[in-house]
Ligand binder design. Structure first.
Ligand code: SAM
Length: 220
């Protein structure tokens, strides 16, 4: 099935609210568990999260890694408002700087990061190569990288089946976003080519669920 792009930013109030209030516990837990398994405990320094949305994953990582400071970036003001609330609720707001930027960008507060993460952003972006080259530009030797996103199903029927399986009780706006996101998502072979083109071939690509791929590794 050919990829069908979807809009980049999630900046409509109803869309941001439905996303922020949805239950992404399984996927977000998968991300954090994989991160901890790959990179262990006790990380310190500065971390960058790209396309943070309501910052649930940033909040989970910030709670687990008290010596990391996060720059969490998103282009949608509506999402950043939810992120601000959720980080205050988690008690980690003082270690997270929320930044509104349209990605890719080259004006972040520091030149490089010890950790770079992103979940469920790449399929939104018009410029996939720009995403990876930005990630490479903000890495330094030793940077830990973890990027997860949806995996494009083989057919429209398979996409509909995933929506029925994982979002049956979700609001219509969320079901529609999930369906469109599945159609816009990349397949692992496409990610391998993108990484190679951006000079990031040493990173590992794995399929980690029936609907997610994961890129991870420590850069030289
Ligand atoms: C599906 S949400 C994922 C949010 C979060 N990472 C998570 O795992 O819950 C995608 C987010 O990426 C943001 N986004 C999409 N394209 C973007 C771009 N080009 N620049 C900045 N943010 C973007 C959207 O506004 C949205 O908040």
């Amino acid at each position: 099935m050919q990829r069908i792009p979807e809009p980049e930013l999630m900046d409509e109030a109803e869309q941001a609210q439905a996303y922020a209030e949805a239950d992404f516990d399984a996927a977000n837990r998968l991300f954090v568990d994989r991160f901890r398994a790959a990179f262990g405990d006790g990380l310190k320094g500065r971390a960058l999260d790209l396309g943070c949305g309501p910052a649930d994953i940033v909040g989970r990582l910030a709670r687990h890694y008290p010596a990391l400071h996060f720059d969490a970036v998103d282009g949608a003001a509506a999402m950043l408002a939810w992120a601000e609330r959720s980080l205050a609720h988690d008690g980690v707001a003082e270690r997270v700087t929320l930044l509104r930027r349209h990605l890719p960008c080259d004006d972040l507060p520091v030149a490089s990061y010890q950790v770079i993460t992103s979940n469920s952003l790449l399929h939104h972006m018009r410029d996939a190569h720009g995403f990876w080259t930005m990630l490479a530009a903000y890495a330094e030797p030793g940077t830990r990288v973890m990027v997860m996103d949806l995996l494009r199903p083989a057919s429209l029927t398979a996409a509909n089946d995933l929506v029925a399986q994982y979002a049956a009780d979700a609001p219509q706006v969320l079901r529609q976003d999930f369906y469109r996101s599945l159609l816009a998502a990349y397949r692992p072979q496409e990610i391998v080519l993108q990484l190679s083109r951006a000079g990031l071939a040493p990173l590992d690509v794995q399929v980690v669920s029936d609907r997610h791929w994961l890129v991870s590794g420590r850069l030289d």
